[in-house]
Design a protein around this ligand. Structure first.
Ligand code: BES
Ligand code: ZN
Length: 463
């Protein structure tokens, strides 16, 4: 059978496939840091070269944007077959705290079955697996089973504005029968997982300002405004110890969860809790009471503080009252919650929480819409069959807590069924020090994508 040919081809080329991925993850394509601009471009150019070397690609383009470049490629040769839009991202998160990495983040190391590097699993490994699947099909069959459009962005980790503008402007040109995204998680090792939801995001900085310049805390202590303290009050007010977010109107906007879905989440919750606890080394979950872990981690909104900047943070002691302090915060959002509306609520609430001598400002950084995908599309079933063949295990359907902003556009603007197949493991340390990719999942991803595309092509033939 053809799938065996693919498996043999992947096995024969396993070392080369891994070397090529290693080269890609060596590029520090951190999209949010301006000093890595050229590195981000290098990663895009690497992919363009890779695709230009892929037999039969009719279009391969590096597309300039207001931010980082997009990589776009097409293989459109079969008028009677469906077209699949494959999306991924080649940018990565910053690496700090660097001292906690056991090996440098951009000097990939293989230990046992794992490849350690920033971006190894989020998302260079899974994204690159889609390219390797295409190449494997072309080499073994001389053709592809379906038409392909590939869209790979370099700004996903910093808001994804450019890809959204591109998709909005070229919706007609990106016409496809379904979209395939490999940028989500597996519930547990060996459990093939399809995600059916992603949370949205509203990211902002809250800036507190007091005096015109830093003050001596002996002269001004007790009378001068302290922006760090003011910020602490704001943050403490925005989310209570009970996990409730104090933004009037936020919960009212949520689309209610059906009893059926709540029950499904409850059934998965124990496994998810066990996996996530053991992967992160803490003892007890926090958050809202009255909701199971799976629901809190995917179907409830969140408010998190990502960083607080201000005052004296060097060695030793300095008795200063800073003039300014800043916090980076985000809300993860669920269907019904519009990110722009939520940012307006946040700005309003923050203003109400000011204190004497302090001015507060909320600066939006980026937004992304939440999305819930239908579970009944036939392409999901096709994907599930391909996954089950690879893993010999029933597919888990996961509502994901993370965000991939462009997916909402695929759903709502392109109106294509989106298939989110996960290959990251709970202990892969995404966004954290010592990110890794479980190498067997790399090869599994290549075989699954090839198998999925073959099945889509064969189905079109049968119809
Ligand atoms: N791969 C993740 C999304 C994800 C995270 C899926 C966790 C499954 C589990 C993606 O690269 C990501 O991290 N997205 C950002 C988007 C944000 C910056 C708008 C995120 O979720 O923080
Ligand atoms: Zn990420």
């Amino acid at each position: 059978m053809t799938t065996d040919r693919i498996a043999s081809y992947v096995a024969e080329n396993a070392a080369r496939f891994l070397d090529e991925l290693t080269a890609l993850v060596s590029i520090p394509s951190i999209s949010t840091l301006p000093e890595h601009r050229e590195d981000v471009r290098r990663a895009a150019e690497f992919l363009v070269a890779e695709l230009q070397g892929t037999l039969g690609m009719s279009t391969v383009e590096l597309i300039e944007t207001a931010g980082h470049p997009l990589v776009y490629a097409e293989w459109i040769n079969l008028p009677d077959k469906p077209t699949v839009l494959i999306y991924g991202h080649y940018d990565v998160q910053p690496v700090d705290p660097l001292e906690l990495w056991l090996s440098p983040p951009f000097e990939p190391v293989i230990k046992g079955d794992d490849l350690f590097a920033r971006g190894a699993v989020d998302d260079k490994g899974p994204m690159f697996a889609t390219l390797k699947a295409i190449q494997s099909l072309i080499h073994t069959e001389g053709t592809l089973p379906v038409n392909i459009r590939l869209l790979i962005e370099g700004e996903e980790e910093s808001g994804g504005k450019s890809v959204e503008a591109f998709v909005s402007a070229h919706a007609e040109h990106l016409r496809a029968d379904c979209a395939l995204v490999l940028d989500t998680a597996m519930v547990a090792k060996g459990v093939p997982t399809i995600s059916y939801g992603l949370r949205g995001m509203a990211y902002a900085e809250i800036v507190a300002r007091g005096a015109e310049h830093d003050l001596h805390s002996g002269v001004y202590g007790g009378i001068g405004p302290n922006p760090l303290q003011a910020l602490a009050w704001v943050l403490a007010d925005l989310k209570g110890r009970d996990g409730r977010i104090n933004l009037p109107g936020l919960y009212e906007m949520m689309q209610p969860l059906s009893d059926e879905e709540r029950a499904a989440l409850a059934r998965q919750s124990e496994l998810q809790e066990k996996e996530l606890l053991s992967a992160a080394g803490f003892r007890e979950m926090s958050g809202e009471s009255g909701f199971c872990v799976a629901e809190r981690a995917s179907a409830r909104p969140t408010f998190e503080v990502h960083g607080i900047i201000g005052g004296f943070t060097g060695e030793g002691a300095k008795t200063v009252i800073p003039a300014e302090a800043k916090a980076k915060v985000s809300l993860r959002l669920v269907p019904g919650q519009n990110p722009a509306v939520v940012l307006a609520l946040l700005s309003k609430r923050v203003q109400e929480l000011t204190s004497p001598g302090i001015t507060l400002e909320v600066r939006p950084l980026h937004v992304g819409d939440p999305v819930l995908l239908g579970l009944d599309s036939p392409v999901l079933k096709t994907a599930a069959r391909a996954l089950e063949q690879e893993f010999g295990h029933e597919v888990a359907f996961l509502r994901e807590g993370g965000s991939i902003p462009v997916v909402a556009l695929f759903d709502q603007l392109l109106k294509v069924p989106v298939v989110l197949i996960g290959f990251s493991l709970p202990d892969d340390n995404i966004h954290a020090p010592n990110e890794k990719f479980h190498i067997p999942n790399y090869y599994a991803a290549i075989r699954v994508v090839a198998g999925f595309l073959k099945r889509l092509g064969a189905k079109a033939e049968a119809e």
